[in-house]
Design a binder for this molecule. Structure first.
Ligand code: ADP
Ligand code: ZN
Ligand code: ZN
Length: 736
């Protein structure tokens, strides 16, 4: 008898043993398996095949079926999810199953075309003998595979493709196997790299057979993508595979287009959560079988199985969207580093503004720094950055005179401008001037944002509020007709979002062609694409946008960027806020003057002497990062310490606090190397109706912190479960 140790997606940190199904077929770890669990059946992952178990066989259930529509996951992949489970303290089953495409968590075999298979010698022989004893489907499949070239009409192929049961059966008998598709015919469209790019490309190639984490620090427009393309070229030329992680779904189609046009004919797959279920599973499978040579993906792409992965690129490595904010709270960037080290391959962390953690690793020599200090395009210089002191140049309707004049000049010259305001909607607050009432979200500790339905030609009359929306939980409500507290009918919208800014700019420049780009205006599928086209075709004079515009876009005629309301983030309490602001401003400033036309950036601020702005004006990331690192070190923040939080969520804050206090009582005794702070509510205390509080842990030793959490989690799981309360550990948290 054989036993299977199976990881199942349940919130219990243990594995489950089953008796293997009665079959002569090989069963390996890494295979998916359908098992009974409670009253239901679940797809789990086999992590071990055993000859005996500690539990007596009479108490074990039998696994239903080993799923063979995909090959077993490699031990490298199993090692990755095991590490993720250990490091983030989540059950292995939860990590492993949520790392897979949802389609592979269902037992029905993956639908693939018949032409994905080929007939074996055994199949040929047996088919010749047993032809007349086979069912119609099987006979048609084998006929098709035998006479592949002659071609069957589409209808029949479609019908056979549905008959996956027949395919599975033939595969089990060994009559057919997954086809070794012929090596694709592809080429690399060359472009001569400039000197700094050459240095970077060569350094990466020189490390092709061992782990090195390269930090590619390149200013905006320095051609980081070109370095990736060349480094990847060397890898795929040698027959290997490469993985590229990017922060946003938004950017993947563009990057995919660029990669496909530089590697015509090369199989490149894209992996992100927006794909249809079957498509995503097939892309994953293509990577696993080695068919796909380049995988471009968002953070979940880090879990892609590969046959022969030899390079990992993390583009915009500083981006916080690499950290998953619910479920298994992993950092795709950090897992990518682990994976490269485990595989002993090089990796590249690219950014114009590396995270302070990565910067510190480059400074200490743990990572190797590669620098692209100038723009790649002939004649393209960094834009000039100027600060507008709004205490002197008092803005009318939010826009200072100096910025208005600069916008006017661009319109006269026929160039494009971008006005950047990282706040969508019409106005961030609706309030009563008489009694001070503010429209708050009922489910979150946040104000509701005023949104207008459509942009109409505006006079400066009272706003026509269309609805109020919470930007945290999405709750939409109609604007009240009168103040619910005092009955005042004169409710006002305070502050300015992109919609209101658009109205202002339309008033200021009535004949200009104006386009607002934020996640509201680009919500419909394809609208962002068509907007990008109209910018490229010079059909826009002034762009108004949020950070959706800050990244990765190349608009050659854009020469002016105006930045509004940056000060709001300058004052934020979070120790990572300056880093994020610097990065955002550097990114958006980088949109100006990408081609031959010189760019100018105007930032409106009340604090022109702030160190952050001064570093920005000097284009001095290094100076900024060193100062941040020094501040964080003296304050005891990461990366000088390692952090984690135990977070509790309940419908009443007191329940969350009670749990945390009880949790602290059962915390391990090692308080010397790990500091445990008192429970505090999170900054955004209420989210979607959950009140949230947490306990912060810090340690100078990552290992000590890990041991501490490991022990603590065991005791926490042993605490009696409470209705209406949920808790989790967040390692290396970004939210406080
Ligand atoms: P980054 O991602 O570093 O901001 P990009 O990769 O977008 O920069 O490159 C900036 C611009 O420079 C792009 O238009 C790109 O086509 C161009 N470019 C990059 N490398 C070269 C090169 N070696 N020769 C000519 N143009 C280049
Ligand atoms: Zn009132
Ligand atoms: Zn809300």
């Amino acid at each position: 008898m054989r036993f299977l140790r199976v990881a199942i997606d349940v919130p219990i940190p243990r594995l489950f043993d089953y008796i293997a199904p009665e079959t002569d077929d090989a069963i390996e770890r890494g295979m998916r398996v359908l098992v009974p669990f409670g009253a239901r059946q679940q797809v789990g992952l086999i992590v071990d095949v055993l000859a005996e178990t500690a539990i007596s066989a009479s108490k074990l259930k039998r696994a239903r079926d080993v799923l063979r529509d995909t090959p077993p996951l490699s031990s490298e992949w199993l090692g990755l999810v095991q590490f993720c489970s250990d490091y983030y303290h989540r059950p292995l089953g939860e990590v492993a199953l949520s790392a897979m495409p949802p389609r592979l968590r269902r037992p029905e075999p993956l639908q693939r075309g018949v032409d994905a298979w080929q007939i074996t010698a055994l199949g040929r022989e047996s088919f010749a003998k047993a032809r007349n004893r086979l069912g119609d489907d099987k006979r048609a499949i084998l006929d098709f595979l035998l006479t592949h070239a002659s071609g069957l009409h589409d209808e029949l192929i479609a019908r056979i493709a549905q008959g996956t049961g027949a395919i599975r059966d033939l595969a089990r008998r060994g009559w057919i196997v997954m086809a070794e598709r012929s090596a694709p015919d592809w080429r690399f469209v060359e472009r001569t790299p400039i000197s700094h790019q050459v240095v970077a490309i060569d350094a990466i190639a020189a490390s092709s057979d061992r782990f090195t984490a390269f930090v590619l620090h390149g200013i905006t427009g320095s051609g980081k993508t070109e370095v990736y393309l060349h480094a990847i070229h060397r890898v795929v030329q040698a027959g290997h595979q490469a993985l590229v992680l990017v922060p946003e779904i938004n950017l993947t189609p563009q990057l995919a287009h660029e990669f496909r046009s530089r590697f015509p004919g090369l199989p490149i797959v894209i992996l992100h959560s927006g794909l249809a279920a079957n498509e995503r599973a097939l892309a994953w499978l293509d990577a696993q079988t080695g068919q796909a040579r380049i995988v471009l993906g968002t953070r979940m792409g880090v879990f892609t199985p590969f046959k022969d992965l030899r390079l990992i690129v993390v583009d915009e490595e500083h981006d916080t969207s690499f950290k998953q904010q619910d479920g298994v709270r992993y950092s795709a960037r950090d897992l990518a580093v682990f994976r490269a080290r485990a595989l002993n391959i090089p990796m590249v962390l690219g950014s114009a503004t590396p995270s302070i953690e990565t910067f510190a690793n480059a400074e200490s020599g743990r990572y190797r720094l590669l620098t692209l200090p100038e723009r790649a395009r002939d004649g393209a210089l960094m834009p000039t950055i100027r600060l507008i002191d709004v205490r002197k140049d008092l803005p009318q309707h939010g826009i200072a005179d100096a910025l208005i004049a600069a916008l006017r000049l661009r319109i006269e010259r026929g160039e494009q401008s971008l006005v950047y305001l990282n706040r969508r909607g019409y106005a961030p607050v609706m309030a009563c001037g008489a009694c001070g009432w503010v429209a708050d979200c009922t489910r979150c500790s946040a104000h509701q944002v005023v949104h207008m339905a459509v942009r109409g030609k505006q006079t400066s009359d009272a706003p026509r509020a269309a609805h109020l929306r919470c930007h945290h939980c999405g709750l939409v409500s109609p604007p009240p007709r009168a103040c619910p507290t005092c009955g005042n009918v004169d409710l006002a919208a305070f502050g300015r979002g992109t919609q209101r800014l658009e109205d202002t700019i339309v008033d200021l420049f009535p004949s200009a062609r104006i386009l607002r780009i934020d996640s509201d205006s680009t919500r419909n599928k394809g609208s962002w694409e068509s907007m990008r086209n109209s910018i490229a075709n010079d059909e826009v004079d002034i762009l108004i946008g949020t950070q959706i515009l800050a990244k990765g876009h190349d608009f050659p005629r854009l020469t002016l960027v105006g930045v509004l309301n940056a000060d709001a983030s300058l004052m934020a309490g979070d120790y990572r806020a300056p880093e994020r602001l610097f990065s955002q401003l550097q990114q958006v400033a980088g949109r100006a003057g990408r081609a031959a036309l010189h760019g100018e950036v105007l930032i409106q601020t009340r604090y022109p002497h702030a160190a952050l702005y001064q570093s920005l004006v000097r284009n001095d990331f290094r100076g900024f990062a060193q100062q941040q690192l020094a501040e964080r070190t003296s304050a005891g923040f990461p990366p000088s310490t390692a952090e984690a939080v135990l977070r509790a969520e309940a419908h009443e804050i007191e329940i969350a606090n009670q749990f945390l206090r009880a949790a602290v009582l059962v915390a391990p005794a090692d308080r010397e190397s790990v500091s445990v702070f008192d429970p505090v509510p999170m900054t955004l205390t209420r989210l979607s109706g959950w009140e949230r509080a947490h306990v912060l842990m810090q340690s100078g030793s990552r290992r000590a912190l890990q041991n501490f959490i490991g022990e603590w989690v065991t005791s926490l799981h042993a605490l009696p479960a409470q209705r209406d309360l949920r808790w989790h550990i967040d390692v290396d948290p970004l939210e406080f």
